[in-house]
Write a protein that binds this ligand. Structure first.
Ligand SMILES: C[S@@+](CC[C@H](N)C(=O)[O-])C[C@H]1O[C@@H](n2cnc3c(N)ncnc32)[C@H](O)[C@@H]1O
Length: 491
């Protein structure tokens, strides 16, 4: 394993729903009290080049981050990035997670293992769960993602076919080239009469757009094992861990599944995990992002709106205006949602108005009520808005966090600051950067030029001069960077 990841490092990206702030919000919704994110301790197992950890460490300088990966080449790359981003609170360790001894002094509040579990042999999977159990704080949360059954089956068929085409080849580049060629032949000649050929053709067509590292480490991986959610939960249970929920809340709720489907699922499901696995059958979900906690942690399964009291809410949706008495919004995936209730409509409008900045729950309720009639929110308002927010969180229309990130919604300030330090460095060296929502954002050439200059030392006039542009150029690109959640209020 080390050898292939050393020869061709994995293209790692930030994973927004593995961010401690997102994990902490979900934990609180389920009644847990994990440590405060700004001073928490985070461990990532199989962290690759640290693309997930470096921006987190840059965002929370008083929190502590440790990443462990078997590949020294990837760890070295990560260390270069961490140093250049000033992330001295991140320690990257080249070690085998099966033998690595976590520092005994303090447990970790959040443990992350993304894209590892399904790609390692059984004994490493077991060691990973044992590490989670051993290193997790009493009310901590672990995020473990894996290929899910049955949705992974068509992709597994593709893995087997491409694996056949590279038999006996050991050079990674040669393997990728052969697999790509074979995928092309399959795409052109898979006969219609072959069972499942339509699904396979769709997957084969995607190979062309995949990076070499993804083809090698996912499609041609020596080890790959998909697992169903309930089997995963049972395996975790054997280590004294419980299934808490999914990092993507909407994977836990029926959402827009038809009533007949939901009834059938309720009739056969025996617990939350089996209900969600039932949904996986209908949606053919190929990947799960499961959260685990200690079996003895005081989890509350009854979602109650009052647990929103200390959360901050935000949305990625756009407002679509009012139609037939409904306030309508469009989620980034195109899904349209809304409400006929003016109070709920104005709450969603306020979230859109403040985006990309998150708004604390109580403030959001006051803003919503004030927009309707200038008054302050009552207890009844908070309950109505809280219930609606829970539904919106479950539908993936709204996201929750736990701390004030000082994200600016506008491009103001005499000396504009773009965070994170890691993003300013990324912009200067590659085509994308990680924003304050921990998303990978592709940048245009102007944004790539401007972002590295926004370290808070330059006035607007100095920025215009240094970029050799005019004020209009500066304002337009500052505004676009603000909208993409890169700008922070001056400290
Ligand atoms: C598919 S990559 C995922 C990397 C990263 N988490 C991401 O999502 O981009 C799997 C990673 O697990 C690491 N790995 C595999 N076996 C390991 C072990 N026994 N101990 C530590 N890391 C391991 C590999 O080196 C590789 O970086």
């Amino acid at each position: 394993v080390t050898l292939t990841y050393d020869q061709l490092p994995y293209d790692s990206f930030p994973v927004p729903h593995s961010h401690p702030d997102a994990l902490s919000a979900i934990a609180r919704l389920f009644g847990l009290r994990p440590a405060d994110v700004p001073t928490c301790r985070v461990l990532e197992l199989g962290c690759g080049t640290g693309a997930n950890l470096v921006p987190m460490a840059a965002a929370f300088p008083k929190a502590r981050f440790v990443g462990v990966d078997l590949s020294p080449v990837q760890i070295d790359q990560g260390r270069v990035e961490a140093r250049a981003s000033g992330a001295s609170n991140l320690e990257l360790v080249a070690a085998d997670l099966t033998t690595w001894a976590a520092p005994a002094a303090e447990p970790f509040d959040f443990v992350i293992a993304h894209g590892v579990f399904s790609w390692v042999p059984r004994e490493v999977q077991e060691a990973l769960l044992a590490q989670v159990k051993k290193s997790l704080a009493p009310q901590g949360v672990a995020y473990v993602s894996y290929s899910a059954l049955p949705g992974d089956h068509p992709r597994q068929a593709l893995r087997e076919m491409l694996g056949w085409s590279v038999r006996g080849v050991s050079d990674p580049k040669e393997k990728v080239a052969r697999a790509r060629h074979f995928a092309g032949v399959l795409g052109r000649h898979l006969p219609d009469r072959a069972p499942g050929s339509a699904a396979l053709r769709r997957f084969v067509a995607e190979v062309g757009a995949m990076s070499d590292s993804y083809v090698l480490h996912d499609l041609l991986a020596d080890t790959h094992e998909a697992i169903s959610l309930t089997s995963f939960a049972r395996r975790a249970q054997a280590h004294g861990l419980s299934y808490l929920g999914d990092a993507q809340l909407h994977a836990m709720f029926a959402g827009d599944l038809e009533e007949e489907v939901v009834e059938a699922l309720r009739a056969s499901a025996t617990d939350q995990a089996s209900f969600e696995e039932g949904m996986d059958l209908f949606t053919q979900r190929p990947f799960r992002t499961s959260l685990l906690c200690h079996a003895e942690a005081p989890v509350r399964r009854d979602l109650s709106w009052d647990r929103l009291e200390d959360l901050h809410l935000s949305t990625l949706a756009q407002a679509r205006g009012q139609e037939d008495g409904h306030w309508l919004f469009r989620a980034p995936g195109g899904q349209v949602f809304g409400s006929p209730d003016p109070l709920v409509g104005s709450m969603l409008t306020q979230l859109v108005h403040h985006r990309p900045a998150p708004v604390p729950f109580a403030e959001l309720c006051d803003l919503a009520r004030a927009q309707v009639d200038g008054a302050k929110a009552t207890a009844a308002d908070r309950e109505i808005l809280g219930m609606n927010l829970l539904a919106a969180l479950g539908a993936g229309q709204v996201t929750a966090g736990t701390c004030d990130r000082s994200i600016r919604a506008d491009a103001g300030g005499e000396k504009p600051v773009a965070a994170l330090a890691s993003a300013r460095r990324q912009a200067a060296s590659q085509g994308w950067a990680t924003n304050l929502w921990h998303q990978r954002v592709d940048l245009d050439p102007d944004q790539r030029r401007l972002l590295p200059l926004l370290d808070g030392t330059r006035s607007r006039a100095a920025l215009v001069a240094e970029a050799k542009e005019n004020e209009l150029w500066l304002e337009a690109h500052l505004a676009s960077l603000a909208e993409l959640a890169f700008l922070v209020s001056n400290p």
